[in-house]
Ligand binder design. Sequence first.
Ligand code: HEM
Length: 204
Amino acid sequence: MVMTRTRLVWLKAMMHLAALAPLVWLALAVQAGALGAEPVERIIHFTGIGALNLLVLTLLVSPLARYAKMGYLMQTRRLLGLYCFSYASLHILAYLALDLLFDVSLLVNELWERPYIVVGAVSYFILLALAITSVNTLRARMGRRWQRLHNLIYLCAILIPLHFYWSLKSGWLEPAIYAVILMLLLGLRKPVRRWLILMPVKGR
Ligand code: HEM
């Protein structure tokens, strides 16, 4: 028991470090002017990929905890989810502040001309709802509705690779790899497996 608690404290400390170190690197690189010819694009890319990687890690926790019989890992899921939300918030802030200079008419134009922004926004509002309701007291108060709301993470796992693919001017491999990984992770999860098992097979 004490062993598990110590392991968990170390694991969480490592996670904080691993999530914050890239942001420190980014801040130093911005200050040193080391982000190349298109620093704004680099920042949006860096934080977007960071959020996506953290989404993958968040969804990896529960299958890993189950199959490796390390139940204590479940206690790291909220931390990873909140870091995913924080990176996504930085990604959007960079876009609004550095790319659009908070120009609302430009934003309206972008939403109209680049539908992938709308897909990103829907995903972000889902992440926002999940982050707000991740507080223990709200979780207890919401009862079964909490799980139903948190199942929306599956929708995010579909929408974010789509947002990524659609944002590219060319190429598809990287978003496709993320989509496959996320689909595999979703396939391992209980509600999806239950749904697949209950689905009637035609022509049987
Ligand atoms: C209101 C919500 C969002 C907005 C306005 C937004 C904006 C953008 C923009 C403008 C790009 C293209 C950058 C470029 O042209 O190089 C982009 C790409 C991307 N976004 Fe978002 N995004 C949003 C939500 C999200 C969320 C929630 C995630 C992940 C959790 C995410 C992950 C990504 C990724 C992985 C890319 C591709 C990175 C690249 O190759 O440049 N975005 N986003």
